[in-house]
Design a protein around this ligand. Structure first.
Ligand code: ADP
Ligand code: MG
Length: 676
């Protein structure tokens, strides 16, 4: 007798090869197989001949009107009989299945699936379908090494053996409250639905189960974070106020509010795991600086991790400058992979001794030889560039600092519950005062002269300009050539100005030198292939020209636009494109219509469809087999709330009603931190 926890090689017909194919699909136990659900059903629902087109595949249900006649032609055969469907007689033919005759008797009710020939009122039969069940044929996601049909047969076999054994993961009170099926019924109806309504009901229950288990994992992760040596940072309130007073600007209300939320977490003996969301240019960096300064005044160290070297360098410089302005002796160091060995050794030693207060770096900060004296806060900039894995890596390996992740809304609010479900969220929903909304225009390549005139006028007003071109060619070299050509052309057209070129083939020092020259206005026009590194802050740059703008995604375009509009002057984004597709056009129209990252993220989702966004690693959203976190957002929200409620009872895991869930979670949780 098999149990649902048995390995799949216990099934008849599963040898080493097939087992491997099943493992490739992530199926190990009978339970895994039984929760490997069909992604759709072939509709075998019956129809009338009058509703059926010539050549269409259809199921006719009716009464056998004439006894089957078998004709043989050598090895081949035809089995024919009449079928009365409603009031029409259809001639049914099975080819090469003479044994069918034994299954068919006049007067019998049958359903037959086949291809209809309207002119001859004939059905070329594909299969005999039982008249009462099996109207929906489940179709399973298959692989190169195992067919959907084999999977189906194995599921039938397995279900025959362990039917009724599966424990319920969703506690009974929730099943009652939301009218969900018991798990056994759910599984049976997913695989063998008697009718479309049953399949739908099963899918609803399975989706809830999937979301609920997911949200339970997030809640448990959150609880374990909080229980795990969270430290109260005793920061110096007065020093912080002093710092704020010496800033060259006043914090916006939104900045004040999120600073308050962050400081409150830092001061409590919990482990902070907070996401700071704010549109490009909303001023996240200074918020992070305050939080890091708080950690330092509390006697700990702070770290800031950025996705690129350029960005890390810029952060290190501007933080050092900021602390200097405020008159604070804070030691800021940069740790990137570009360091010389001796320098690196020195920095590592000083970090370990606690001589460095604040370290800024890239992934290099995650190297195993990096040891802190006492890390109190880790800030992750442009969080969407890092996966859940890296977020987790910062927490593992002994150090367990507070985490502040920052992002400029890479995904819409509707998805954040899923992507960042284990984090608390603070939102900066306001731009610094005096910012003029960026003006965005869409122009054809034919208007290039106009673009040049515009650039000239702006340069004359002492503004600086970015010109970004996409990567088009298959080869790096060609892209660089294209960009070089553009740079030369611009240099010729703008003889009074310096035109620089930034591309992916430059090494970090060269990139850095260019960025510095641009920052110091030694270069007025910067042509770039690789996106002017996300997050770069040059307030005097007020014009962003994007060539072939239709080759960029909406999120990228918004990020690019965010490079300008950082100072008090009016800024402009010129999108140069002649989009060839409807989708390309809609994206650019959306850019012209809205400056709001949240709105654009939502629009992006609508234009691309959730599948596309969910499919990318960047989204941070894990894959779901049954539920759709966008379409079923309400269900996801409910599942989250119920998971929060459930674990709010400290004894939840001792309640017998939750035992199956507890077991399931503890078996599957181990690999969870790396679910992406
Ligand atoms: P992002 O949120 O995109 O990372 P930054 O932190 O780089 O934005 O800030 C963008 C610019 O706005 C910077 O030049 C910064 O100095 C400035 N800034 C931040 N906060 C304020 C404020 N409250 N008032 C005026 N300028 C501000
Ligand atoms: Mg930033």
């Amino acid at each position: 007798m098999l149990t649902y926890q048995d390995s799949l090689d216990q099934l008849a017909g599963v040898g080493p090869k097939r087992l491997e194919a099943l493992h490739d699909l992530n199926l190990f136990t009978i339970e895994d197989l039984l929760t490997y659900y069909p992604f759709r059903y072939e509709d075998l629902g019956s129809r009338l001949p009058s509703q059926t087109l010539d050549g269409e595949k259809v199921t006719f249900k009716g009464t056998v009107s004439t006894a089957p006649v078998v004709r043989r032609f050598g090895k081949r055969s035809q089995t024919q009989f009449g079928l009365m469907v409603d009031r029409e007689n259809v001639r049914v033919t099975f080819f090469n299945q003479p044994w069918m005759a034994k299954n068919i008797e006049p007067g019998q009710e049958v359903a037959i699936y086949g291809t209809y020939n309207a002119a001859r009122a004939a059905l070329t039969a594909i299969k005999l379908v039982s008249a009462t069940t099996d109207e929906l044929d489940p179709i399973y996601p298959a692989s190169q090494h195992i067919t959907a049909k084999t999977i189906r047969q194995l599921i039938e076999q397995a279900w025959g053996q362990v039917r009724g054994q599966l424990p319920d993961l969703v506690p009974e009170h929730l099943r009652q409250k939301y009218r969900l099926l018991e798990r056994n019924q759910q599984v049976e109806q997913m695989h063998f639905p008697p009718d479309p309504a049953s399949a739908k009901a099963a899918r609803r229950s399975a989706a809830f189960e999937e979301f609920f288990v997911f949200q339970m994992r997030l809640q448990l992760l959150k609880l374990s974070d909080q229980g795990f040596a969270g430290e109260a940072i005793h920061y110096d309130q007065e020093a912080l106020q002093d710092f704020t007073k010496h800033l060259p600007f006043e914090l916006t209300e939104a900045q004040e509010r999120v600073v308050g939320e962050i400081l409150k977490d830092q001061g409590r003996p919990i482990h902070m795991n907070r996401l700071l969301q704010g549109d490009v240019g909303s001023g996240k960096t200074v918020v992070a600086a305050l939080a890091m300064y708080a950690a330092i005044t509390g006697g700990t160290q702070a770290a800031l991790m950025a996705p690129t070297e350029i960005l890390a360098q810029q952060h290190a410089r501007s933080l050092a400058k900021l602390f200097d302005q405020v008159g604070l002796p804070i030691r800021v160091e940069l740790l990137t992979s570009g360091l010389k060995a001796a320098q690196r050794r020195q920095i590592l030693a000083d970090l370990e001794d606690g001589d460095i207060d604040l370290v800024v770096g890239t992934h290099a900060l995650l190297q195993p030889d990096v040891h802190f004296h006492h890390l109190g806060l880790a800030v992750i900039d442009e969080q969407h560039r890092f996966g859940v894995k890296q977020r987790a890596a910062l927490r593992e390996g002994g150090v367990n600092p507070d985490i502040l992740a920052m992002t400029a809304t890479p995904i819409p609010r509707t998805l954040s519950i899923t992507a960042y479900g284990e984090m608390d969220v603070s939102i900066i929903d306001q731009l610094p005062a005096g910012r003029l909304p960026i003006k965005t225009k869409l122009l054809s390549h034919r208007s290039w002269d106009q673009v040049l005139d515009f650039i000239r006028t702006q340069l004359a007003k002492k503004a600086q300009v970015y010109v970004v071109t996409p990567l088009i060619a298959e080869s790096d070299a060609l892209d660089v050539q294209n960009a070089e050509a553009l740079q030369e052309e611009l240099a010729a057209d703008l003889p009074d100005y310096q035109v620089g070129l930034m591309h992916g083939r430059l090494d970090n020092d060269e990139k850095q030198a260019l960025m510095t020259a641009f920052e110091q206005n030694q270069i007025q026009v910067l042509v770039a292939t690789t996106v002017v590194e996300v997050g770069v802050d040059v307030p005097n740059a007020t014009v962003m020209v994007v060539v072939d703008a239709d080759r960029f995604g909406l999120a990228q375009l918004h990020q690019l636009r965010g490079r300008v509009g950082r100072g008090k002057q009016q800024s402009y984004t010129l999108l140069i494109a002649d989009p060839k597709t409807e989708y390309g056009r809609s994206r650019l129209d959306a850019m012209v219509e809205s400056n709001d990252g949240f709105v654009l993220a939502q629009r992006d989702l609508e234009l691309r469809g959730a599948g596309d966004i969910l499919g990318t690693k960047q989204s941070g959203v894990p894959d779901f087999a049954v539920g759709d976190p966008v379409k079923d957002l309400t269900m996801m929200t409910v599942a989250q709330q119920e998971a929060i409620d459930l674990v709010s009872d400290p004894k939840w895991d001792q309640n017998p009603d939750n035992q199956a869930l507890v077991n399931y979670l503890s078996e599957t949780m181990a690999g969870y931190r790396h679910f992406d």
